[in-house]
Write a protein that binds this ligand. Structure first.
Ligand code: HEC
Length: 102
């Protein structure tokens, strides 16, 4: 019985890792992204489409934890405090469209 429970717990953990930002809504994330003008700075860093910052070959973010950390660094720069739900929504948006972490 204990083994079965351990196995179930393991499955649950794997599933959580399998879907980062599962509690987020990408559509709301997109709205937040536009509302906070997130790309207003990024456009100064990359040429053309500012969203290319998320797909540049030397991009900084390589996992969901780093994505959350970077989003908070960036929003902090413009005095915006992200709630845990904002993190989920923005993360879902950026992950679905650019990072594609599994
Ligand atoms: C005040 C300017 C500024 C604003 C506003 C800003 N960012 Fe950024 N962002 C940057 C800079 C500068 C970098 C590059 C950091 C680096 O290269 O170390 C960056 C990088 C990033 C990256 C990492 C890209 C990579 O290399 O993988 C993410 C993700 C990101 N920003 C998300 C956001 C989000 C979400 C918002 C809106 C809440 C936002 N940023 C608003 C300045 C800004």
């Amino acid at each position: 019985m204990k083994k079965i429970i351990a196995l179930l717990l393991l499955c649950a953990t794997v599933q959580v890792q399998a879907a980062p930002f599962a509690k987020g809504d990408p559509a709301i994330g997109k709205k937040l992204f536009d509302q906070h003008k997130c790309n207003s700075c990024h456009v100064k860093i990359v040429e053309g489409d500012a969203s290319a910052i998320f797909t540049r070959p030397d991009r900084k973010v390589t996992n969901p934890q780093q994505l959350v950390a970077q989003m908070n660094r960036c929003s902090g720069n413009i005095g915006v405090k992200l709630t845990p739900q904002d993190e989920q929504n923005l993360g879902a948006y950026l992950n679905q469209n650019y990072y594609k972490f599994k």
